[in-house]
Design a protein around this ligand. Structure first.
Ligand code: ADP
Ligand code: ASP
Ligand code: MG
Length: 478
């Protein structure tokens, strides 16, 4: 349970909104200027806590530089250092007042120096520790928060950059840390409420937090969305707004289906399902912190701020069609294992899933055929080497004696998922989807539907993914 807000700054008068701006929304001087305009407008009638991502592309560059440094090559990461300094400096030159430049440029230089020190350490050691990687990969957020707060001050608003290390307390699962809600509530309120009370807009670094001991962690790639809802719940905010580069949650990934449509309302459960199965617009854990308090989450377009966007709520209005949206996971593999006649299906399943549990790997889809003791499941391609090694170790003896069928791996598989609360009890949805895929000559390798009927998943060849998503989208007139 999250700590109760002791004091809500003028909550009876002014709503409290947490607004997160993603990488493209802070990707250049022009975009940061746009952020300042949005905040100028909304802070007139609401208290706003801002969460920022790193400038678009910065996190990838930092991770690449760390890897190159650990391989012992200095040249490439020195190039990244120049690039990091140049991009932030360029924004400072264009948007900061002379006084702000005088105080902020040395801070940006210090942050670049921190990058250099960490990379030198990795070069020297020829390795990256997980905690070192988290400190380095989230430096982009530290730099963008410094800049955005200074831009707001330059434009006459009161603002202060806040390192989420001072607010978000997490476990020590570096790279994919989970928040400790109780402690986060206390620290966040202590740090941010006094600022809000003084009319200061806090600009908090997304993506990062810290262990109880104060060691920097990150919340997983794309984790700034999660930062926003963690802070929203900690502050008992009225709403969380996620500003991105599309008009809202769409019926499909607009890069795959250009005719995809904006969904005005989506339920928490639908949003969770969509984000788990690859809809990049939301980090998969985004909804978790706000569910209990039923805090609405809006997805809005910073390039088109007048568009209302998508509202994500506990119970959403549903349209005619049972399916609300289609999503897909591109890089998956299907693993098939058979217990032959020697191992019962429950034993096979128990041991296989224990391996997945130990390796902290989540499944995308599971199917079974009990009669011939066959278990089939899909995982992300990136998890395959670890899972394969663990399964071969655990079933070594059985495989030697041919008790367990050789682990069969089908690579280059995509999982296409239809999502919608309204699918429950609506007959014929799978049939229509099958029909649409069949007419396009797309073979369904496996399929699964949970008893909640919230989603139906189909495994198809990766090469068929785009056509599969498009044809189902068309079939249901989404
Ligand atoms: P940000 O940097 O703001 O966090 P992301 O790139 O992480 O933005 O997420 C936004 C992108 O998600 C969009 O540009 C779009 O290409 C992609 N996307 C994938 N599926 C969907 C969907 N169903 N609805 C909207 N956007 C989607
Ligand atoms: N900058 C981080 C990333 O690229 C977090 C985020 O943008 O949400 O993964
Ligand atoms: Mg994102």
């Amino acid at each position: 349970m999250m700590a109760k807000v002791k004091e809500s700054p003028g909550k009876s008068k002014r709503p409290l909104i947490v607004m997160k701006f993603g990488g493209t929304s802070v990707g250049s001087a022009e975009r940061m200027q746009g952020v300042a305009e949005i905040l100028r407008e909304h802070t007139r009638h609401a208290d706003v806590v801002v969460v920022v991502s790193a400038m678009g592309g910065a996190t990838n560059m930092l991770i690449r530089a760390a890897t190159q440094a650990s391989e012992g090559t200095e040249e490439p990461w020195k190039g990244s250092r120049q690039e990091l300094a140049r991009r932030h400096r360029e924004v400072a030159d264009q948007l900061l007042s002379a006084a702000e430049q005088a105080s902020v440029l040395p801070r940006l230089a210090e942050q670049v120096k921190h990058f250099e020190d960490l990379c030198s350490g990795f070069t020297l050691l020829r390795e990256i520790t997980p905690r070192g990687m988290d400190t380095l990969s989230s430096l982009g957020e530290v730099m963008s928060a410094t800049l955005v707060a200074a831009i707001l001050r330059s434009s006459g608003l009161k603002s202060e950059a806040v390192d989420a290390i001072e607010c978000i307390v997490t476990d020590d699962n570096f790279g994919n840390a989970g928040p400790l809600f109780e402690e986060t509530g206390v620290k966040t309120q202590e740090r941010l409420l006094p600022l809000l009370k003084r009319g200061v807009i806090p600009v908090v670094t997304g993506f990062r937090g810290a262990t109880r001991e104060g060691v920097c962690t990150t919340l997983g790639r794309g984790g700034s969305d999660f930062s926003a809802t963690i802070l929203g719940a900690a502050l008992d905010a009225d709403e969380v707004w996620i500003w991105t580069d599309v008009d809202g949650v769409m019926t499909a990934d607009p890069r795959l289906v250009p005719e995809a449509r904006i969904l005005p309302e989506v339920s928490y459960r639908e949003a969770i399902e969509l984000s788990y199965f690859g809809a990049k617009v939301l980090h998969p854990k985004t909804i978790q912190p706000v569910m209990q308090k039923k805090i609405p989450v809006w997805i809005k377009n910073s390039f088109n701020p007048s568009c209302p966007g998508t509202k994500i709520v506990h119970a959403a209005k549903n349209g005619q069609s049972g399916i609300k949206a289609i999503t897909s996971v591109k890089d998956a593999v299907l693993i098939t294992m058979s217990g032959r006649n020697a191992i019962s299906f429950p034993q096979l399943a128990a041991r296989v899933f224990n391996c997945l549990y130990l390796e902290e790997v989540s499944t995308l889809m599971v199917t079974q055929s009990s009669a011939d003791n066959v278990l089939c499941f899909a995982i992300h391609q990136a998890d395959l080497p670890r899972v394969k090694a663990e399964l071969e170790k655990v079933f070594e003896l059985e495989m030697l004696h041919d008790y367990v069928g050789v682990l069969e791996v089908m690579p280059k598989v995509a999982i296409v998922v239809t999502v919608g609360e309204n699918m429950k009890g609506t007959p014929g949805i799978s049939g229509r989807a099958f029909g649409a895929l069949g007419r396009k000559g797309i073979n369904i390798i496996a399929m699964a539907q949970g008893s909640s009927e919230l989603s139906i998943s189909f495994a198809v060849r990766s090469a068929d993914m785009k056509d599969a998503v498009k044809s189902v989208h068309e079939e249901f007139h989404l």
